[in-house]
Design a protein. Structure first.
Length: 530
């Protein structure tokens, strides 16, 4: 080999190696990009994944100058959206189910209609569809009768149906599932819960082994719970017939666990003689939201003018983190069971716990009763949709001189995304979280700071402000958005506080905080230099 060529080659290799070593320094992972994480580091910190709501105190350590506030949904101005308007509809819509079918791109509704004078009490099932969930049509699905009445069970007393589209159905003939009440021998002695299946939500086949569960004469509300890997249904306690809420579970929709009672009367129910008529449940962000029908002051006797709340039903909120143990929600959030029977002004607490109220007495279409429809989570334009049944007249209308039959309808109420319970500061206040650990590079906040501000600081496990993540470093939130991104001056993102125990302290000034959630929004790519 030529000596000149060899020398040039060696020089080139040296240059390359030197260049690689120099550039290798700039290719090392930036400080803080990698962190160790183990049980010693986590300690007693909460490991969070998804959205953090403030209905209970799971993530909240302290509130100073701020308070939790139960928020009410807004009733739609076009309510009621569904009413009796067809010749074959002898009564207005009662128990209802609403879903959004992603595969077909439409909203679907099933609603019961009583058959007058038929004993035992029986409901036919109507079907409606909508592109936007506001304007509804009643398609002719029963070609024989030329109606929107779907084909369902012929068991006497069939009613109070709860429908859902099963996301894990293996049999296409059982894509839709239903639980309903009926009485096999036509008498009240055999009220029971029965199952049925459908490929399209229109044509239904009874479960051959019906009935599957003893007693319920109110809507049973089934759904598939992916978290539990089971079918779950909320329904009435019994026998005997008692207005108490229960839950049961099944692996196959045929064999159901014994009912477990989740609510009995407490001091919260005493001032207005409240009974728990039914509860619909919505899975939401890793937790469970219950819409509890609070039936106040049941009576068939004359009602005095100063007690017009009697024999009416409104909605209260219930809350669970595991779907099995439940809490009632008051004006300042969930009430721990250890406090549900303490000494407080329970009359005032119950009045303030109303989530969806009945309408103005003898003025609004829903002045006698409101009760939620069975539905999964429905979000449109960052608003949670809650469909509900309502009617003009008290429960025992005929005894009170109300219009009989009652005018019934299904309406809609909307709530801000995550808007069940917010943390509000009228002037200035703080909310400090418990210690938690998250994985991600972004903290997203749902808050309304229009006309005010929110600043956030991160504290380490000992309560010391993390360098670069102080209140003064934080770029304040001053607008209203469900997706604010927290930013600190000099920080590209917040990966430096991931995978370590921290607290967040929110400084609120004339603002409302609804939730926060860890996100992953960036590419943290570091080129190899070995």
């Amino acid at each position: 080999m030529d000596n000149g060529f060899f020398g040039a080659l060696v020089a080139a290799v040296v240059v390359c190696l030197t260049s690689s070593m120099v550039s290798g320094k700039s290719l090392k992972a930036p400080p803080g990009l990698f962190k160790d994480l183990n049980d010693e580091i986590v300690g007693d910190a909460i490991i969070i994944d998804g959205k953090q709501l403030f209905i209970d105190d799971y993530i909240i350590e302290t509130l100073r100058g701020a308070k939790k506030v139960l928020n009410q949904p807004v009733k739609h101005p076009r309510n009621p959206l569904i009413v009796k308007d067809k010749p074959w509809e002898k009564t207005g819509p009662g128990y209802g189910t609403v879903i959004y079918d992603k595969a077909e791109g439409i909203f679907k509704m099933w609603y019961g209609m009583y058959v007058p004078k038929l004993k035992p009490s029986t409901q036919i099932l109507g079907y409606a569809t909508s592109k936007d969930g506001i304007g509804w049509t009643k398609p002719i699905v029963n070609k024989k009768d030329k109606t929107n009445i779907v084909f369902t069970s012929k068991i006497p007393g069939a009613q109070a149906r709860g429908v859902f589209k099963d996301p894990v159905a293996r049999d296409p003939q059982k894509r839709y599932k239903m639980l309903f009440s009926a009485c096999q021998d036509g008498t009240s002695k055999t009220w029971s819960v029965n199952a049925a299946y459908s490929p399209d939500g229109i044509h239904w086949t009874d479960e051959p082994t019906n009935p599957v569960v003893p007693f319920s004469d109110t809507q049973s509300c089934p759904f598939w719970d992916a978290r539990r890997g089971r079918y779950v249904a909320h329904l009435r306690y019994g026998p005997p017939n008692s207005r108490i809420c229960s839950v049961m579970e099944s692996e196959d929709f045929v064999h159901w666990s014994p009912k477990v009672t989740i609510f009995r009367q407490t001091k919260m129910d005493y001032p207005f003689g409240t009974k728990h008529y039914a509860m619909q449940v919505m899975q939401y962000g890793g937790v469970y939201i219950g819409f509890l029908w609070a039936y106040h002051g049941e009576t068939t006797r004359p009602i005095p003018p100063d007690k017009l709340w009697m024999d009416k039903t409104n909605l209260q909120l219930a809350f669970s983190r595991n779907g099995r143990t439940w809490l009632r929600v008051a004006k300042d959030g969930a009430i721990p069971w250890r406090k549900i029977n303490d000494n407080r002004d329970w009359k005032k607490a119950t009045q303030e716990a109303v989530f969806i109220p009945y309408g103005r007495h003898k003025k609004d279409w829903d002045w006698g009763c409101v009760g939620a429809c069975h539905q999964p989570l429905l979000v449109v334009d960052d608003q949670i949709r809650i469909y509900y049944r309502g009617y003009t007249g008290r429960h025992w209308a005929k005894y009170h001189g109300d219009k009989v039959p009652k005018t019934r309808g299904i309406g809609l109420a909307t709530l801000r995304l995550d808007g069940f319970v917010s943390i509000n500061a009228a002037d200035a206040g703080t909310m400090t979280t418990k210690k938690f650990v998250f994985i991600g590079d972004t903290l997203e906040v749902n808050a309304d700071a229009k006309g005010g501000s929110i600043r956030v600081e991160a504290l380490d496990a000992k309560g010391k402000v993390v360098e670069g993540f102080s209140k003064t470093d934080c770029i304040p939130i001053t607008t209203d958005s469900v997706r604010h991104v927290l930013k600190w001056k000099g920080q590209k993102d917040c990966h430096l506080i991931q995978a370590r125990p921290i607290r967040l302290r929110f400084h609120l000034k004339k603002a409302k905080l609804y939730s926060f959630i860890p996100r992953i929004r960036h590419k943290h790519y570091v080129q190899s230099y070995d």
